[in-house]
Design a protein around this ligand. Sequence first.
Ligand SMILES: C[S@@+](CC[C@H](N)C(=O)[O-])C[C@H]1O[C@@H](n2cnc3c(N)ncnc32)[C@H](O)[C@@H]1O
Length: 247
Amino acid sequence: MAASMTRVWQMAPSLVQCRSLHITLGLEKAKTGAEQLWLTRQQRDPYVKAAHAQNFRCRSAFKLLEIDKEHKILRPGHHVIDCGAAPGAWSQVLVDKVNSLEQDPAASVGFVLGVDLLHITPLDGVVFLSKCDLTVPATQEKIINLLPCGQADVILSDMAPNASGIRELDHQRLISICLSLLDFSETVLRTGGSFLCKLWDGGESNLIRDRLRQRFHYVKTVKPKASRTESAEIYLLAKLHKDTTYK
Ligand SMILES: C[S@@+](CC[C@H](N)C(=O)[O-])C[C@H]1O[C@@H](n2cnc3c(N)ncnc32)[C@H](O)[C@@H]1O
């Protein structure tokens, strides 16, 4: 039982969360009791049902919708980097929020750039960099070249490494991805811009919080309702990026 549970949780996070839209197929394939249990839970999840009904690629769309509803980080005309974008649900939300398809002719037109280690199925209104590691300089250079004026108003990260099942190790790996993104944000995030990153909460979370407090005027920990209560997942939201020109 324990071994099979580990196997379920070791699936890539994007697959774990996003395969949920295909649970009927999954249930047919579920081999162990633990897998069956997990898939049944997915089937009952209201966010999975809502994602399906609203044509979102993944239930995580509701996390971003909820965070934005409460904290107002996105608006038409914004240039946004969606880090860890696969399969593309946050990008779907962004197309609408920043008006990248000019669906509102009276509003400013934004730009969405999604990046992921995995392949991302194309989506109108989004430029995707598939199969790219955001922590490597070559990817970061591509991002700068693709961004209009090389600058972003908002950087979002839902990035998560494949979970090992060892909580402390997974926490550390995600912290190091976030630190790398924070360094990169100093180059591309405009003064006054916003930054949102996912963490698996743990001993090093304060390291990221402290770094954010040095660089932003406002920092808050958020846990949207769509994020499962039993998950260590939290988001750190930082607004009003300080002017670092004179530092
Ligand atoms: C939870 S999923 C993101 C779901 C996405 N926000 C959505 O709504 O569709 C996490 C993603 O982070 C990606 N990821 C993890 N480490 C990464 C890295 N170093 N560079 C780019 N993407 C990464 C994974 O490949 C995975 O697809």
